[in-house]
Design a protein around this ligand. Structure first.
Ligand SMILES: [Zn+2]
Length: 105
């Protein structure tokens, strides 16, 4: 199949982390394994769908992580006018200096 006739579909989840940094890996790794297992099992009878097994980590609170809250609906969003837009979150832009998601505009 021509690569132009494919699409990469990505979804995302947001996970609450434990307070103690030493416990973060134990919290996140089983969730990653569950995601891989579920996605692969959902499509293992369809050769036209290939699970990549790739899980991207975007840590909230890091200086370069482009994440915030829509000031109207309070959903997690990414500002598409700034660098490092997160494709797993709804897009938002500044409206009168406040972050507003596309659904609320
Ligand atoms: Zn909103």
């Amino acid at each position: 199949m021509d690569e132009k006739r494919k699409v990469l579909l990505t979804t995302s989840i947001i996970v609450d982390l434990p307070e103690n940094d030493d416990d973060v890996f134990e919290r996140v790794e089983p969730i990653c394994e569950k995601l891989r297992t579920v996605v692969e099992s959902l499509f293992n009878d369809d050769e036209s769908v290939q699970a990549t097994g790739v899980i991207a980590y975007d840590w909230f609170g890091e200086p370069t992580t482009n994440v915030g809250r829509c000031t109207r609906c309070n959903e997690w969003v990414t500002n598409r006018e700034k660098p490092h837009e997160l494709r797993g979150l709804s897009s938002a832009t500044l409206v009168d200096g406040k972050l507003v998601c596309d659904q609320c505009r």
